[in-house]
Design a protein around this ligand. Structure first.
Ligand SMILES: [Zn+2]
Length: 112
């Protein structure tokens, strides 16, 4: 089972839309489980988060570019977001990581 990102209610892992609130759910690929490793993502976020390496790793190029820009604008302070993302990912499960960071419509997961 999975949980809807919008309303938080339990939904089928195969659902394409939440039956409770109607939010669309980006389908998880049915082949090639664990396409992106939560461990790799977490380590990249903590070690190379300043250059958005963890976002490029999961294919979120826009988020990676944003991360670099934020770091430039904030003189590196935005790197704390990367470190927290890495710690959150590593302390959760593979599925939580995928729902939170990979199969989300957010431009800059997990924030917005
Ligand atoms: Zn919902």
């Amino acid at each position: 089972m999975a949980y809807c990102r919008e309303c938080g209610k339990e939904i089928s892992g195969w659902a394409t839309a939440c039956p409770h609130c109607g939010a669309p759910i980006k389908a998880r690929p049915q082949t090639g489980d664990e396409e992106y490793s939560v461990d790799t993502f977490g380590i990249l976020a903590i070690v190379l988060g300043a250059v958005g390496a963890h976002y490029f790793y999961i294919g979120k190029t826009g988020a990676g570019v944003l991360q670099i820009l934020f770091n430039i604008i904030t003189l590196g302070m935005a790197n704390i977001v990367s470190v927290i993302s890495g710690v959150v990912a590593l302390s959760g499960t593979q599925e939580e990581f995928e729902n939170r960071f990979v199969y989300t419509e957010k431009t800059y997961p997990p924030l917005f």
